[in-house]
Design a protein. Sequence first.
Length: 227
Amino acid sequence: MNSRELVLLATATVFGAVASALAVRFFSFNQKRHFPRTDSSGNSAVSNNGYSQSQSPFDPSKRKGYLSWDDYFMAIAFLSAERSKDPNRQVGACLVSQNGVILGIGYNGFPRGCSDDKLPWAKKSKTGNPLETKYPYVCHAEVNAILNTNHASAVGQKLYVTMFPCNECAKIIIQSGVSEVIYFVEKNLSNSDTTYIASHKLLSMAGIKVRKHQPQMSRILVKFEDS
């Protein structure tokens, strides 16, 4: 083999090594982009395109990373909150039967037939007039979820709500017969927050189970596009 052939062979070897390295790097990059990882709890993480990896068509096991019932119903409460036109706080609620049937959903807004363009959304009035704020007019998410049940009974059912209910909502929850309240976040309490202190007291006295939602998924991504 002459010197020219040796140069050509060496060049081809180097080129092949570089091409292989690039191919491996490209494949590894695509794996990171398109194949979700699992989190510390073993759930399938959401990939960049919002969908989890499809498993083998020959795999007889069920899909991993699916929503728990609690995450599912709380997610519906959060999705309902997106319908609220309140510029300051959006709250959603989902009323669920003991066997997992959704009975009603709701969010905070004005009563039916009352224009949300003609009533105020402000938290405070510049003149100190409470009628220039939203509070005398708004219906809370919990109340709307209970009233939107198409005449199904709320007795013995569970209520998922994105925010811990105030005392007025607690009264309606108690009177409707709801047996359990699952909330995601609670307003910071102080000695002056009689609304929420009274709510805790009423729900406890009525024997209604109250618990804070502990999500198994850190986020849920919904994308309106074809997979």
